[in-house]
Design a protein around this ligand. Structure first.
Ligand code: NAD
Ligand code: UDP
Length: 316
C-alpha cells in the first residue's frame, strides 16, 4: 500500500493510540491531534521516537490546517463520567469540532471517517440494533450531550457528503475494551478489573440485568481500517462490534472468576437513561467489509487483565 499522510483526532486516547500504532506499522505518516482531556501522553510514548509520527497538542474546537490524505476523527471523551464532566464541551467538541474537521477535509479533499457510537440508538426498542433503526434517545437527559452530539455530527457528515461531495465514512462503535484503557476511565470493564484486582467490591449499577456486547480493541481497529480502505462507494453508517451479548452481572462474575478474586458484588443505583440492552447486528459489516470480530470475551479480558496487572498496581 502506498504510504499516506493520515490525521487522527483523539489519537492519544484509548482507541486512537491503537490506531496510530496500526497505521504506523502499515508504513504511513501519522499526525496525532489531541487536547489530552482523557487521552494520555503515556499511550503514545513508544511512538514519539518514530520519525513518521507527530503529536500535536490541539483542541479541535479550534480550526487546524494540515493537509492529509485521510482523517480519522475520534476526538471526544467516551466514558459517561468523563463526557458528563463538561457536557457543553462534549456537545461543542462533537458539533464545532466535527465541523472544523469537515471543513479541513473539504479544503484538501481528504477522505474522512467519523467514530460514531451505538449510543445513537439510545435505549433501543429494536434488538439487536441494525443501522436502519433510528434509535430511542432522550434529547434532554444526562447522556444527551454525548448521544445527541454524535447524532448531530453524523448529520453534519452526511450533509457534507450530499452538499459538498466529501468522501465520508461513518462507523458506529459498540462497547470496546482492551489494553490501553485508562485506569480511571470509569467504564465498566476497567472499573470491574481494577476492583477485582484490589479485592474491592465490584460496583454493579442497577440489578445488573442490563446487557452490553463487548468488542476487543484489535478487532475494532481492523474494522475501522477496513472501512477507511474499502474500495467500494460505501459511506456507512456501519455497526462495528462483537454481537456476543452479556449482562453486566455476568461480566462482573466472569471477571472475578478470571482473576480468581475474593471480591464480592455490591449493587448501586442505575444511572438515568442507562440503556437496558445493546447488541450490534453486524450483517452489513460482514457483507460490505468482509469483517467480523475474532477475539472472544474470555480471551480479550485475559489480555486486558494482564495489562491492568502490569500498570494498575499503584492505582487506588
Ligand atoms: P478516549 O476518551 O480514550 O479517547 C478520546 C480522545 O479524544 C482522548 O485522547 C481525548 O483527550 C481526545 N479529545 C476529547 N476532546 C477533544 C477535543 N476537543 N480536542 C482534541 N482532542 C479531544 O475514548 P476512546 O474509547 O478511545 O474513544 C474514541 C472515540 O471512539 C470517541 O469518539 C468515542 O466516542 C468513540 N467510541 C468509543 C467506544 C468505546 O467503547 N471505546 C464506543 C463508541 C464510540
Ligand atoms: N456499569 C456498572 N458498574 C460500573 C460501570 C458501569 O454496572 O462500575 C454499567 C453501566 O451502568 C452500564 C454498563 O455497565 O449499564 C456499561 O457501562 P459503560 O459506562 O462501560 O458504557 P455505556 O453505558 O456507555 O455502554
Amino acid at each position: 500500500m502506498k504510504p499516506k499522510k493520515i490525521l487522527i483526532t483523539g489519537g492519544s486516547g484509548f482507541l486512537g493510540s491503537h490506531l496510530c500504532r496500526h497505521l504506523l506499522k502499515e508504513g504511513h505518516e501519522v499526525f496525532c491531534i489531541d487536547n489530552l482531556f482523557t487521552g494520555r501522553k503515556d499511550n503514545i510514548e513508544d511512538l514519539t521516537g518514530n520519525e513518521r509520527f507527530t503529536f500535536i497538542l490541539h483542541d479541535i474546537v479550534q480550526p487546524i490546517d494540515i493537509e492529509a490524505d485521510e482523517i480519522y476523527h475520534l476526538a471526544c471523551p467516551a466514558s459517561p463520567p468523563h463526557y458528563q464532566l463538561d457536557p457543553v464541551k462534549t456537545l461543542t467538541t462533537n458539533f464545532i469540532g466535527s465541523l472544523n474537521l469537515l471543513e479541513l477535509a473539504k479544503k484538501y479533499n481528504s477522505k474522512i471517517l467519523f467514530a460514531s457510537t451505538s449510543e445513537v440508538y439510545g435505549d433501543p426498542l429494536i434488538h439487536p440494533q441494525k443501522e436502519s433503526y433510528n434509535g430511542n434517545v432522550n434529547s434532554i437527559g444526562p447522556r444527551a450531550c454525548y448521544d445527541e452530539g454524535k447524532r448531530c455530527a453524523e448529520s453534519l457528515f452526511f450533509e457534507y457528503y450530499r452538499q459538498h461531495h466529501l468522501n465520508i465514512r461513518v462507523i458506529r462503535i459498540f462497547n470496546t475494551y482492551g489494553p490501553g484503557m485508562a485506569l480511571n476511565d470509569g467504564r465498566v470493564v476497567s472499573n470491574f478489573i481494577l476492583q477485582a484486582l484490589k479485592g474491592k467490591d465490584l460496583t454493579v449499577y442497577g440489578d445488573g440485568s442490563q446487557t452490553r456486547s463487548f468488542c476487543f480493541v484489535d478487532d475494532l481497529i481492523s474494522g475501522m481500517a477496513s472501512m477507511m480502505n474499502t474500495k467500494k462507494d460505501f459511506t456507512g453508517p456501519v455497526n462495528l462490534g462483537n454481537p456476543a451479548e452479556v449482562t453486566v452481572l455476568e461480566l462482573a462474575n466472569k471477571i472475578i472468576d478470571l482473576i480468581g478474586s475474593s471480591s464480592k458484588i455490591t449493587f448501586l443505583p442505575i444511572p438515568k437513561d442507562d440503556p437496558s440492552r445493546r447488541k450490534p447486528d453486524i450483517s452489513l459489516a460482514k457483507e460490505q467489509l468482509d469483517w467480523m470480530p475474532a477475539v472472544t470475551l474470555d480471551e480479550g479480558l485475559k489480555k486486558t487483565i494482564e495489562y491492568f496487572i502490569k500498570y494498575g498496581k499503584s492505582e487506588t
